[in-house]
Design a protein around this ligand. Structure first.
Ligand code: MN
Length: 358
């Protein structure tokens, strides 16, 4: 029995009790990973107050038995619904809650037609459990952030005029794997010159040239956990306004890191930085939220934005990523990851934020 997964299961069951739910079906991969330890790409968890089963097929039964010893492993051949119906029947279940934000309409229709019970929405119960990170998770996240830091310092020695954004992105992703990452946590963004005014400009075949601003936004996945970092560097001396913007964004980033305090809402933290950038005269060029939670998913709760009603608690991990984007000129974004911890969040990202001119 593993304490980690038993503890998480018990927390889910407590929440289920509060909503009078007898059984839950967990279909979303990051959620079954979190609740069972199984990392394969195909499984369903069936959880009641006295049973925890992992249903999978021939390809994964061995892996599931090894990774999820707290679960009864049920192998299906042919129809997964038949196995589920057997479990539901033997447990006398008449109502099954399911992850309504995970299933597609056609999957939902299949479940409805093929199961012998009524389906009710579970909501985002498993996601809620994942918001505050355990110490062991924080160690894995820190390792994932360390890999991103090492990749950043490596890529500085790789960038030179004439190399394409795609080559830079390929080197970023290749190097993180060399350092033990499973892969990138999202499609690597390398946006140079005027393209840097697109906040999410994925790498293109454009070659970087002297005078370009280069924004790189990337992250690694380590043991399932995502990191996220953005740095903006200059190839040759930047044009006057870009240097000014760099300094404003840097100040905004530092202000944001200080503003991340437990007890504040995501919206309050976002407002501190938004006001600062507005006062500097660039409010209309900071069109996205200040940050987002990160964990098994690259974007998860809480959000630091105008929609951020959630109050931050110790152990929540968020990004702080202010940016200013001037159409046809370029843009600057500086992104770090932090763990909320009382009045002073712990900054995980260690890469320098001094203006770098290559
Ligand atoms: Mn981010």
């Amino acid at each position: 029995m593993s304490k980690t997964y038993q503890g998480r299961l018990e927390k889910l069951r407590t929440k289920m009790k509060l909503k009078n739910l007898d059984a839950a079906l967990i279909t979303k991969r990051v959620n079954y990973m979190y609740l069972s330890g199984f990392t394969g790409t195909s499984a369903i968890l069936y959880i009641t107050h006295d049973r925890a089963a992992l249903i999978t097929d021939f390809r994964y039964t061995q892996q599931a038995a090894a990774q999820a010893p707290d679960y009864e492993i049920v192998r299906y051949q042919g129809s997964v619904y038949d196995e589920l119906n057997k479990l539901l029947e033997s447990d006398n279940i008449s109502e099954l809650s399911f992850e309504d934000s995970d299933l597609t309409y056609s999957q939902y229709t299949d479940y409805t037609n093929k199961l012998s019970v009524r389906l009710v929405p579970l909501g985002r119960m498993a996601e809620e459990l994942r918001i505050v990170k355990e110490d062991a998770e924080l160690r894995l996240i820190k390792k994932s952030v360390d890999i991103a830091d090492q990749v950043f310092s490596h890529i500085l020695g790789f960038i030179r005029p004439g190399i394409s954004e795609l080559e830079i992105a390929a080197e970023i992703e290749h190097h993180m794997k060399r350092l033990g990452a499973q892969g990138p946590s999202f499609e690597t963004i390398v946006a140079s010159g005027r393209r840097a005014s697109m906040p999410h400009g994925v790498a293109s075949d454009k070659e970087v040239q002297a005078g370009d601003v280069i924004t790189m936004d990337f992250g690694a996945i380590y043991e399932g956990y995502c990191s996220d970092i953005t740095r903006t560097v200059f190839l040759g001396k930047p044009a006057g306004e870009m240097e000014k913007i760099y300094n404003i964004v840097l100040e905004a980033n530092l202000l944001g890191l200080e503003a991340v305090q437990s007890g504040r809402s995501g919206k309050q933290i976002d407002a501190v930085v938004r006001e600062f950038i507005c006062k500097a005269g660039y409010g209309e060029y900071f069109g996205h939220g200040l940050g987002h939670g990160t964990g098994l998913e690259i974007h998860e709760d809480p959000t630091l934005s105008v929609r951020g009603d959630m109050i931050l608690k110790d152990g929540m991990v968020v990004t702080v990523e202010p940016g200013i984007y001037l159409p046809d000129l370029g843009g600057v974004r500086i992104e770090d990851m932090v763990v909320a911890d009382g009045m002073k969040a712990r900054v995980l990202t260690a890469s320098t934020k001094d203006m770098i001119v290559l």
